[in-house]
Structures are given as C-alpha cells and as structure tokens.
Design a protein around this ligand. Sequence first.
Ligand SMILES: [Zn+2]
Length: 99
Amino acid sequence: MITTRSGIDGKICFQCRRWKRLEEFSPDRTQPESQGKRHGRCKECHAENARRAYAWTKLVMARLRGMGLEADGSYSISSPTRRGTAEEATTTETRQGHE
Ligand SMILES: [Zn+2]
C-alpha cells in the first residue's frame, strides 16, 4: 500500500519494514496499482537476498566437495585424500559453524 510522506510516494518494504520511496522498489508489472506496480521488497533487500543465496550456494558446494562430491553431482572415487586431509576438513567444519 502506497503511503505519502512529505509529499513523496513510497511504501513499506515487507522485508526490512522501512518506509522507502517508490524508486527504491524495482518495477514489477505483475504488481497491482495499489503497490505502485513495484516489488514488495526494496532493492536493498533484493540485493541482500541475492548475497545470502550466493553464500548459501557456496556453503552447499563446499560441503558437497568435502564429501567427495563434485558440484555437478558426480562422485569422485579416484582419490578421496586428494582434496585435503582430515585436519583440513575439520577446520572447514569449524569455520562454517560460526556462520
Ligand atoms: Zn527492504
């Protein structure tokens, strides 16, 4: 729902809950006029989500590799130790636990 503040049209982002100018929301033709035909999330939150998705993908890929799985789903049976020692795996696991 669009609200006007100080003569400026804007709305509240449903993710960060902050009021922002309409320009801060990406246009979206599927959105109704009541939403200013724009996304419910501001551009900042969209960028934030993209960053998180990327970090998540990286984490998953790192785990797959740690299990000897390739990113494409194939399994590496040639040499499990080639990818690092058990000590390295433990270090990786500890670091991930803090994220
Ligand atoms: Zn936002």
